[in-house]
Design a protein around this ligand. Structure first.
Ligand code: FAD
Ligand code: NAD
Length: 470
């Protein structure tokens, strides 16, 4: 069957993993098809994730800056207000423009796009159910890239009116007076920021004793303090024990250090993580194995238990990040074209786009301690950075960790404005195996936020060893 197959690769799911894989495969000369159940390409990330959330974050950041800060900079502007329908229309226009761009790229590169719901019909066959009925696509290889969906709490099921997921919380048509958010991860903090900036009283309930797991405790504390200044409230170390849904409000019972707290709000956003989406794929029937947590099991070449079938992105184990899915999609396309490919997972950055932003890559201090790797640490504060002060964003700092034995960069973490952009320096340094000496040698523009990365590198070179030796 494989020799007569119409395609070399059929990709299921047009999110950042799937569309990047399809594009790269076509560029490398593979006959490629892309199946997507939604009419708009781009997946969770483009339709209801990264892009709409960042558009709302940018718009509301500009609004708060204009409302609270411009007058002290000597810019007098009156009549500030919110036109929520226009804010949402702008967000939708950004999504539409990017989705059209992806469709254009597929056409331009000869990727055959099928609109329909796909399932695995064999090691070399995909069944697509679309408006015209079912069609079978025969192929040399299949790539599963069907992503993830919001996880539900059993006692707080989504009704998308009072108890909502992130998709609904991106599209509120009115600012909720009080918004309860369960989960202080990326979604809770980013969407909490959006609605708090627009005037909602936001209360975030988190079962861990801290916010932003995955970042250093000190960075999480700085972020929490800054978000509290923006009037977001946090109930940490609180286990949500039950809930009552009323006519127009939702009441959640949370246990915090043995004490029961009752919180009532107009709406509750459940942001406690996402789970892999493979319900339509008929994986069990096809003989594809899952991991204990229900994700698709793959080897280091992203092959499932059926070697002609690959899986990437949110569907497999690892952090659910668009750029990770893209890197894996590109790598699978390269492998199928007979070229070498790898993804260095340690060099994939993690960012939360609050204000200040937090970003990290590589090893953090705790990782280095656990691995017993001697290191030197350098810190530079934005309050000493001319550009940060000029832009009225003096909060936060850059931390650089240097591997003591090799002198190479081991990791970088930033809390501060535009951390998402600055962390790129750390990503490139790690990927190229650069030393901290070379980060310190590189001359950044003055004034620029990048000077703080440079200063942190200099501080690491001058710092004492972590094990106390000279
Ligand atoms: P997805 O993007 O989920 O795409 C899967 C696609 O498969 C979907 O289009 C779906 O319709 C389609 N599909 C599913 N089943 C079938 C089927 N049987 N047949 C045909 N098609 C099917 N990550 C970041 O890195 N940065 C961010 O700033 C960021 N912000 C986020 C904000 C929010 C609110 C959310 C929810 C997520 C955010 N993420 C962010 C996470 C990011 O969106 C995901 O990690 C990423 O989209 C995963 O890509 P993917 O290709 O694996 O799957
Ligand atoms: P998350 O895993 O990042 O955070 C979920 C939080 O909810 C955790 O802190 C967890 O301890 C808490 N939690 C879980 N159950 C709870 C309960 N019963 N009561 C109270 N707290 C509870 O998940 P998320 O924020 O929903 O995001 C989903 C995925 O989307 C993540 O993998 C994330 O990486 C990705 N995402 C990334 C970005 C970004 O890169 N900027 C933005 C949004 C989403």
């Amino acid at each position: 069957m494989a020799s007569q197959a119409a395609f070399d690769l059929v990709v299921i799911g047009a999110g950042p993993g799937g569309y990047v894989a399809a594009l790269r495969a076509a560029e490398l000369g593979l006959r490629t098809a892309l199946v997507e159940r939604c009419s708009q390409l781009g997946g969770t990330c483009l339709r209801v994730g990264c892009i709409p959330s960042k558009t709302l974050l940018s718009s509301t950041e500009a609004y708060v800056h204009a409302r609270d800060r411009l007058s002290q900079n000597g810019i007098m502007a009156n009549g500030f207000g919110i036109d929520l329908p226009q804010l949402q229309a702008h967000k939708e226009a950004v999504v539409e423009k990017l989705a059209k761009g992806i469709s254009f790229l597929m056409r331009q590169n000869g990727v055959h796009v099928w609109e329909g719901t796909a399932r695995v019909a064999g090691p070399h066959a995909v069944a697509v159910r679309g408006a015209e009925g079912e069609e079978i696509l025969e192929t040399r290889a299949i790539l599963l890239a069907t992503g993830s969906e919001p996880a539900e709490l059993p006692f707080l099921p989504f009704d998308q009116k009072l108890v909502v997921d992130s998709t609904e919380a991106l599209s509120f048509r009115e600012v909720p007076k009080r918004l309860l958010i369960i989960g202080a991860g990326a979604i809770g903090l980013e969407l909490g920021s959006v609605w708090s900036r627009l005037g909602s009283e936001v209360i975030v309930v988190e079962r861990l004793p801290r916010i932003a797991a995955g970042f250093s405790p000190i960075v999480a504390r700085v972020l929490q303090q800054e978000l509290e200044k923006q009037r977001m409230q946090f109930l940490l170390g609180a286990r949500v024990a039950g809930a009552e849904i009323g006519e127009a409000s939702v009441t959640v019972r949370a246990e915090e250090r043995g004490k029961e707290r009752t919180l009532t709000a107009e709406r509750a956003l459940v942001a406690v993580g996402r789970r892999p989406h493979h319900a339509d794929l008929a994986l069990v029937e096809a003989g594809i194995h899952l991991t204990e947590s229900g994700r698709v099991a793959v080897n280091r070449f992203w092959q499932t238990s059926l070697p002609s079938i690959y899986a990437i992105g949110d569907l497999i184990e690892g952090p659910m990040l668009a750029h990770r899915a893209q890197a894996e999609g590109r790598a699978v396309a390269e492998l199928l074209a007979g070229r070498p490919a790898r993804v260095r997972y340690r060099n994939i950055p993690n960012v939360i786009y609050t204000e200040p932003e937090v970003a990290c890559v590589g090893f953090l201090e705790e990782d280095l301690r656990v691995a017993k790797r001697p290191y030197r640490r350098g810190i530079a504060y934005f309050q000493a950075n001319g550009r940060a002060l000029a832009a009225d964003t003096p909060h936060g700092f850059v931390t650089v960790w240097m591997d003591e034995l090799s002198g190479k960069l081991a990791g970088m973490e930033i809390v501060g404005s535009r951390a998402s952009e600055l962390i790129g320096a750390g990503v490139v340094a790690l990927e190229t195996g650069a030393t901290v000496e070379s980060l310190a040698q590189a001359v950044p523009a003055h004034p620029s936020l990048m000077e703080s990365v440079h200063e942190a590198a200099l501080a690491a070179l001058g710092a004492r060893r972590s094990d106390g030796r000279p």
